[in-house]
Structure formats: structure tokens, C-alpha cells
Design a protein around this ligand. Structure first.
Ligand SMILES: [Zn+2]
Ligand SMILES: [Zn+2]
Length: 260
């Protein structure tokens, strides 16, 4: 393995988790799946649950943090979250107070071992959702999911990323035709819900095809979207961008890990 290794273990409304390793850091981005599944995925990569240095949480929704409820305490592991996200999680699950929390304000940048971490506030129906941009060696990796609209900060992260994980959650027609309640439909499609396919494509259209190296379209809805439907829509993009995209199946992790 090289200097950097990045793999999405799972991404959908039923759980999100990715693994990023740099020379001195071994971290997770979100932990919305069971500790057993994290453990198994790490085992395949020659890693253990115990050698996780940090978890970077985007927000308190269960599909992003549910592992914390049952994950054993590990004094060598830090848990990063925005202040409001932290407060909401420990209030709902007091047992998570045992972790070594590192709290920040959205928009703040900081360092963790050999990673530089930038954060940006996202419009979502949670206390204080964030996107992350990690700089490791000379590569930048952004994680942008759970946002109702493509805000400037998110677009800026996307444009400045060698590796981009971007939400492409729903197709408006499939959402309308689904048997979800009107309230849920409005929530998902609202400005504090999730990113539609069209909004995700509008972000991709602004990328520099010579700078971006790998794109993962993630947090794809199982009921209101499909990998096939997204690939049809992507045809409007330039070939140079198109060949760098992997649509992450909502039933599995990413197939092509990024390594450098
Ligand atoms: Zn989510
Ligand atoms: Zn969410």
C-alpha cells in the first residue's frame, strides 16, 4: 500500500462509513454501521478496530454514527464532531461520553497527526452537519453528503479535491412516486434534506477534469434512485470527468479504492 489509501466501506441511508489511511493516521469518516461490519471491513484491509486513531463524524443521524453506541472505549481513538453534533449525541446516548471527543466549530480547520482537516457547514435537518476536506501529502479528499442544496462551501471543497465523495441521493420522480409520506418527501427534497441527482451533476460540471482524480457518487437512496438511472444522467458530463466516476452501490461499499 502507498502513502494514502481510501475506501468507502458503506454508503446509503442505512449506513455510512469510510476508511482513510495516511502515513501516520488511520481514521474513519462516519461510523453509521455496526462495529462488527467495521471490524470485518478493516480485517480485509489488514487493520483492526483497535488501531483506529480517530473517527470524523459529519452529524448525529444514526446512519452516520450508530457504531458509537456499542463501540468499545479506546483511549487511543479521538472522535471529532462539530459542537452541536457532539452535544446531541452525548445527550441522546450518554454512554458515548466515554470517548475522547474533539469538538470544533464548522468552518474551522485543524491538524490531526499528518492530516490537515478543513470543515464546512452543510444545510441538513440535523443540529450542525459538516463536510470534511482532508489534506494528506499533496492529495485532498473531500466527503460531502447529507446536504439539501449545493452551497458555496461544498462546491469549493469539491473543486479543490483530488478525491471527491459527493451525495447523489434521489431522483425527484422516483421520490414522488415512492410510498413515503408527504412529510418525508418534503423533508428529503427540501433545502435541508438531501442532494438530488441534478444538483450533484451541477457540482460535477464545475470541476476541473485535469485536477480531480477520482469521484464517488454516494449516499444513493435505495428506494428513490438507482445506479443505472444515475449513469444515464451522467452522460451530459465530459468524458474526462465521466471516466473518473464510481457510483457507489447503496447495497455495498466502493469497488475501486483510491491509493497513492
Ligand atoms: Zn445520511
Ligand atoms: Zn442525515
Amino acid at each position: 500500500m502507498g502513502e494514502i489509501f481510501f475506501k468507502i466501506i458503506a454508503s446509503s441511508s442505512s449506513g455510512n462509513c469510510a476508511y482513510l489511511r495516511a502515513r501516520q493516521s488511520n481514521v474513519l469518516i462516519d461510523a453509521g454501521i455496526s462495529p462488527r461490519r467495521i471490524k470485518n471491513a478493516r480485517k480485509e484491509l489488514g487493520q483492526t478496530l483497535e488501531n483506529i486513531d480517530a473517527i470524523f463524524l459529519t452529524h448525529e443521524h444514526g446512519d452516520h454514527c450508530k457504531a458509537l453506541e456499542t463501540l468499545p472505549e479506546n483511549e487511543n481513538m479521538a472522535v471529532f464532531a462539530s459542537e452541536q453534533t457532539y452535544e446531541t449525541i452525548v445527550c441522546r446516548h450518554p454512554e458515548t461520553q466515554k470517548f475522547k471527543w474533539k469538538v470544533f466549530t464548522p468552518g474551522q480547520s485543524f491538524s490531526f497527526k499528518d492530516l490537515k482537516v478543513c470543515t464546512c457547514a452543510l444545510p441538513h435537518d440535523s443540529s450542525e452537519c459538516v463536510a470534511y476536506k482532508f489534506l494528506a501529502r499533496e492529495k485532498s479528499i473531500s466527503w460531502i453528503t447529507d446536504l439539501g442544496k449545493p452551497v458555496l462551501g461544498a462546491k469549493d471543497f469539491a473543486k479543490n479535491s483530488n478525491v471527491l465523495v459527493l451525495e447523489s441521493n434521489y431522483c425527484p420522480k422516483m421520490l414522488q412516486n415512492s410510498n413515503r409520506t408527504l412529510r418525508v418527501k418534503r423533508r428529503i427534497a427540501g433545502t435541508h434534506g438531501h442532494l438530488s441527482n441534478a444538483d450533484a451533476i451541477s457540482v460535477l460540471q464545475e470541476l476541473d477534469p485535469d485536477f480531480v482524480e477520482q469521484i464517488y457518487l454516494a449516499h444513493v437512496s435505495r428506494e428513490c434512485n438507482s445506479v443505472e438511472h444515475i449513469s444515464d444522467l451522467l452522460k451530459v458530463l465530459p468524458e474526462k470527468i465521466l471516466q473518473k466516476i464510481e457510483i457507489v452501490s447503496p447495497f455495498d461499499g466502493s469497488k475501486n479504492p483510491f491509493s497513492f
